[in-house]
Design a protein around this ligand. Sequence first.
Ligand SMILES: [Fe+2]
Ligand SMILES: [Fe+2]
Length: 481
Amino acid sequence: MVDTTTIPTTKNQASTLSEGKVKKHIKLTDINYRRNTESDYTERIEELDQHFDYSSNSDYYWSEPELSLLYGTPLYDQASPSQKKALNHLYWVTQYNQTAATEANAVLYNQVTAGVFKNLGGYETLCQELELETAQERHHIHAFHMMGYKTKKALLGSAFNTSIQGKSYKKNDLSQKVEVAPKERSHINTPVQPNLVKPTPSGINWQNAPWSAFQDASFRFITHKVMLKHQTHCYSQYLRHLDEKGEPIPAQTTGLLGLLAPRPFLQFFTLNCGSSPFLASVFYVTRFMANMLIKNYEYRYSQYYRELEKKEEFIPAPLAVSHYHLLDEAFHTTTSQLIAQDLYKDFSKPTAYEQFIANLIIYRAQIVGLSGFSGGIPAIFRNDDTFILSFYRLLKSPVFDMSTPEALQWLQKCLCTEHEGFYVTFKYHQRLLLELRRSFERIDYLWPVNREMRVLASGGSIDRAIQNNIKSFKQFSQSVA
Ligand SMILES: [Fe+2]
Ligand SMILES: [Fe+2]
């Protein structure tokens, strides 16, 4: 039997790299860190966040119209100018709510992985950059939450606070399924604590469950005594400090990573990428995927910002936030790319176990975040069934004020018939696929399904998306009736 765990021990950076490579590495990180330190994009976002007032921005589009909820649908064609602007604003809220959740993942795993790199020596500037990025993400998240909150409150009124277990229809299997949709998870009043424990959708708080101590001990045994036993000296300083305080292994249940698996598996992942330098680097492959997913639409915001700036027209605050966020994230994307494509080569060749975990994580990231195709939210690669309840609530909200039969009728027209919105998503889908394939070409340990982003590729079918929507709509309408 092949021993998948006793392959070369992790070596320090200095001893595994050629001189030239070390220099190139350090140079790139130094430049990125210096430029990021000198920039003031985060400060500008903070200022826009502090002074944001929805009513001062409500009369303007925050992007070109195609970045709007339900864009290109029969409903969009008939919507009034003010409804179209509301759909445009709510699109921003939706995208950045998800972005905030994904960046909360970065807040946690930047710290976990920097704690590993610190043990190796030679990565001091990289760790400083990761600390800076973590601080920046906290400000980004705050701005996305607060501006989103004010916008939703102004547009949706009382519908904004309607719980999905509210009285509008009976709680049933479908409502429970939609309950876990990230868009529905409000983080408005949630401070960003990377090790924050939240009950899972099933209502179980895994951390307080009686078996959690046993579970933690089992994970530690498997990780440190069996699978990664030669790498215990790399164990993250960040996790070590949490251990000393008696805190459990942290994990998050939101954002791209939070959707990968139930909480115990996420804790196991935390332990793995906080113990193996190679698996710490793999986090940056998923972070790079998230960076590119955000950039895919955020770049369009930035272009629109520049157009308005050139014409000396009013620039709505959320648009400016998107623009400055793109600029801030350019530093983060460079870091992700550097680690995902190059830095992992500094370490010992990954064991079969490490390669398996790496590919499994990336495969799952494709499944949960990139395998679908939305006709209702342009540039989103998850199926519309995830959002169907939100669309329904939107149609019944003060923005459209529809009766139940009207809302259902329009929902069907918007989701189950071919329209321009599907083609807008297709355009963004092709762009992302191309970018990711180009970037993953040179990562040698990836399975073909990951290197070629086959899950993302197979999700790009308008016909399949409509067929899925027909099934989901049928199930949903029966639950509402
Ligand atoms: Fe960010
Ligand atoms: Fe970031």
